[in-house]
Design a protein around this ligand. Structure first.
Ligand SMILES: Cc1cc2nc3c(=O)[nH]c(=O)nc-3n(C[C@H](O)[C@H](O)[C@H](O)COP(=O)(O)OP(=O)(O)OC[C@H]3O[C@@H](n4cnc5c(N)ncnc54)[C@H](O)[C@@H]3O)c2cc1C
Length: 468
């Protein structure tokens, strides 16, 4: 079998010499977590911090961080941009609590990195939510008005001059800053968290896929060469949750694609892009980008590949055609870096939920099997919050975040396959056609406008019509 294609981050953070053994034979634990990404690892760490005596096992089909957690843009964002959706889901008071908690999670990630000596290159440069075409202008206004009404001010408006200065490119027309946001090196963070979990006593089996879950109590996770029996099972498997019959109508697997440049610190200095901000535009197929500690640009685009029935092929690891399209986006937003090459490209899975907000709960109503999924492209920061929720559910917290409205809530449903697969392709084609016209200042066709109108928001909310 050929070695999996790895992201820039994992090529830097994973040496191959730190693999943990696969499971051979049986094991038993109080809690078995399936999935060694941010969600599984934060949950394990928070369980051990709160109850050092609890016996926790993680099984991971690849290596810890082999999924989205080792491939993402490393933008650590709060949920303030998603406040309106949160209010629809859980009401005003709790939505505010959750948005504040998502902001606190950013500081908690920084504190954990310091506490456990994880050099994840955490940098709190803020998040610039920008407009790079005329139609994107003011995308943030509805949420800013809502924040004003509720007495919170997470966003600060920036003039064209300021946004062009900070992003290093005059293509950025205007934008807002959420100063709480940060960037990290996702590879160092996720591999560091795996080390910490192990030091706290968590047993980790890598190269160990769950091939079957016996849902009776106690649950049994079957793997190719063994089985884990556990009082509680936590499924932290991101977009693979779309393959579970209980979650198929709540999660759809789509890809997000990234490219990176070689180190170009002098060029970044020259164009003034030195503040370390996490940046995005306001497209539905969002562009997200940042600089790295070694002076590269990493640049991504969301929402291209779509999986049928949760089955993700090799195109979810790498897709040269989509990488070429992401590169075009980079070229458009940074014409002043036109001569800079691309030296890495990779893709990864996104777990889209019907609302863009993750869901947590008991699988099929079973109290001993928990899940968290649906971060929808904004999970680097919120997976810490997810870990708080899942750890609290295991430990039986009767109040606080473990009982919030995102747990066993009503997240809505997606159409079943094949309808959603076909429908998503059609809508995606419409969005791509509309946004490529807008990028060159042309009016999109009526059909693509209509189709784009059917697409849900993702990492950021969709611009509402009446505000445009
Ligand atoms: C290209 C890309 C860019 C992104 N950029 C950003 C960003 O800048 N900011 C942001 O906030 N979010 C971003 N995200 C989203 C973010 O990466 C995720 O929300 C977050 O990492 C989710 O963590 P997780 O633990 O839920 O998932 P994962 O890291 O995917 O972990 C799930 C793990 O489960 C394992 N697994 C699955 N099935 C099984 C099985 N049957 N048996 C055993 N193990 C199994 C997988 O191998 C995987 O390692 C991006 C995602 C991608 C793909």
């Amino acid at each position: 079998m050929s070695a999996p294609h790895r992201s820039l981050w994992l090529q830097q953070a994973y040496t191959g010499s730190t693999d943990r053994p696969a499971l051979h034979g049986g094991d038993r634990a109080d809690v078995a977590i399936v999935g060694g990404g941010f969600l599984g690892l934060w949950t394990a760490i928070q369980l051990k911090e709160r109850d050092p005596g609890i016996d926790v096992v993680i099984i991971e089909k690849d290596i810890c961080g082999g999924g989205a957690s080792g491939r993402n843009g490393g933008e650590v964002l709060s949920w303030w941009a998603k406040l309106e959706t949160l209010i629809k889901l859980v009401g005003e008071r709790e939505a505010l609590d959750l948005a504040h908690a998502s902001e606190r999670a950013i500081g908690e990630i920084q504190a954990a990195c310091e506490r456990y000596s994880i050099d994840a290159q955490f940098r709190q440069g803020g998040y610039l939510w920008t407009a790079t075409t005329e139609v994107q202008r003011g995308s943030w206004l509805p949420v800013m008005e809502l924040c004003d009404r509720l007495g919170v001010q997470p966003f600060q408006a920036l003039s064209h001059e300021e946004i062009a200065r900070r992003t290093g490119s005059p293509v950025h027309l205007e934008g807002v800053l959420d100063a709480s946001a940060a960037t990290v090196h996702p590879g160092y963070l996720v591999r560091g968290l795996a080390r910490v979990a192990q030091q706290l006593g968590v047993r980790i089996y890598e190269h160990t896929p769950m091939v079957e879950l016996d849902r009776r109590a106690p649950a049994v996770i079957r793997t190719p060469q063994g089985a884990v029996t556990a009082d509680k099972v936590i499924l932290a498997i991101n977009a693979h949750a779309a393959g579970l019959r209980e979650l198929h109508r709540q999660i759809v697997a789509i890809s997000s694609d990234m490219v990176s440049t070689p180190p170009i610190p002098d060029r970044l200095e020259e164009i003034g892009w030195t503040g370390g901000e996490a940046i995005s535009d306001s497209q539905l197929q969002i562009h997200y980008y940042r600089t790295t500690a070694d002076g590269r640009v990493t640049f991504g685009k969301g929402g291209w590949g779509i999986a049928f029935g949760g089955r993700m092929g090799p195109g979810f690891d790498r897709d040269p055609k989509r990488a070429a399209d992401v590169t075009l986006g980079f070229r458009r937003l940074y014409p002043n870096l036109a001569d800079v090459g691309i030296d890495h490209d990779w893709s990864g899975p996104i777990d889209r939920s019907p609302t863009g907000i993750p869901l947590f709960g008991n699988l099929g109503g079973r109290s001993h099997i928990l899940y968290g999924a649906g971060f929808s492209g904004n999970g680097v920061g919120p997976s810490h919050l997810g870990g708080q929720i899942l750890a609290g559910m295991v430990l039986g917290d009767r109040d606080g975040i473990a009982t919030c409205g995102l747990v066993n809530g009503k997240p809505g449903t997606l159409p079943p396959d094949p309808i959603r697969y076909i429908g998503a392709h059609v809508v995606r084609t419409g969005v791509a056609a509309k946004e490529s016209k807008e990028a060159v200042g042309q009016q999109p066709g009526r059909v693509s406008e209509f189709l784009a109108g059917l697409a849900p928001g993702g990492m950021i909310p969709k611009k509402s019509k009446q505000k445009s």
